[in-house]
Design a protein around this ligand. Sequence first.
Ligand SMILES: NC(=O)c1ccc[n+]([C@@H]2O[C@H](COP(=O)([O-])OP(=O)(O)OC[C@H]3O[C@@H](n4cnc5c(N)ncnc54)[C@H](OP(=O)(O)O)[C@@H]3O)[C@@H](O)[C@H]2O)c1
Length: 329
Amino acid sequence: MSYSPSSKRYATMIYNYCGKSGLKIPVLSLGLWHNFGHVDEFENSRNILLSAFDAGITHFDLANNYGPPPGSAEINFGTILKEDLGKYRDELIISTKAGYKMWDGPYGEWGSRKYLLASLDQSLKRMQLDYVDIFYSHRPDPDTPMEETMGALDHAVKQGKALYAGISNYNPEQTLRAAGILKKLGTPCLIHQPKYSMLERQIEAGLLDILEKEGIGSIAFSPLAQGLLTDKYLGGIPEDSRAAKPHGFLRKEEVTDDKINKIGRLNEIAKQRNQTLAQMAITWILRDKRITSVLVGVSSIGQLNDNLDAIKNLEFDPEELKEIDKILK
Ligand SMILES: NC(=O)c1ccc[n+]([C@@H]2O[C@H](COP(=O)([O-])OP(=O)(O)OC[C@H]3O[C@@H](n4cnc5c(N)ncnc54)[C@H](OP(=O)(O)O)[C@@H]3O)[C@@H](O)[C@H]2O)c1
């Protein structure tokens, strides 16, 4: 049966301007790093994506290497676009990235113009698209002049193969430099994609201030610390969880007693708020108005719906925040 999206898809989602740009992004975006590769069940991936769109999630985040195997998330996404979402292309913000290893030889990773522009062409082919909305430098390259990497992003935008440029995993100093170069080139940096969650708070020590000052939006990746910030690991490592999967990036050794102890205490606060821990972890990120969007990953529609309900209660009592800080110390 052909897909027809919910007519209520824009009824409840909240959209924020991305930094000082005119582009609005949903407060909850969906990432395709896990659960969309050839190792995953295609119909489950499709159902997640379509349910997300039905709920007002307009932004889908990819990268050249998402899978496994690398590239397969873009291929599957392209198939779903073609079969189900093609008509709604103008309602979608699709991003991809280049930076990590994609092919053999000296031009298959990092930040050269050669790699970035070839990779974008490959991504467009895999997704069967003429353009992406956002093209990111996935990581800073210590050995390539920043001017070259930013020049490649600017070129992609001027070619019309991307509408906006973004950076990911750049530290505060690198971000300032990148933003300055892009501004001079006439392609302002739209967005930064850093890791941010209750368990990973480094960006509070400078990056967020810079983004605000520079008018750059921010989208927090791994907001649930890859699933740790949910109640799923409280009773051990479930068989179908990311930590148990051979291709999952969360390793069993990362599920430590110290983290589980903190997560158990956070779970109690979430319960008092009538939220699941996943919901509280998402709302906790959105308490900071410098954050444009929270970029979640999900392996089921149940998880997606759970996370979507986070936006029903975005308020925090100052006492709750103090209590959370105490646990996280
Ligand atoms: N720029 C970068 O360098 C970079 C790096 C990493 C990620 N990202 C982006 O950020 C996106 C999100 O990253 P992430 O997948 O690590 O995010 P995450 O939201 O921290 O973790 C997602 C995982 O958490 C579990 N989960 C999600 N919602 C849940 C719920 N309500 N209840 C119980 N468990 C739940 C699922 O694990 P199970 O599979 O165990 O069910 C899911 O696969 C990626 O897809 C990618 O687009 C970017």
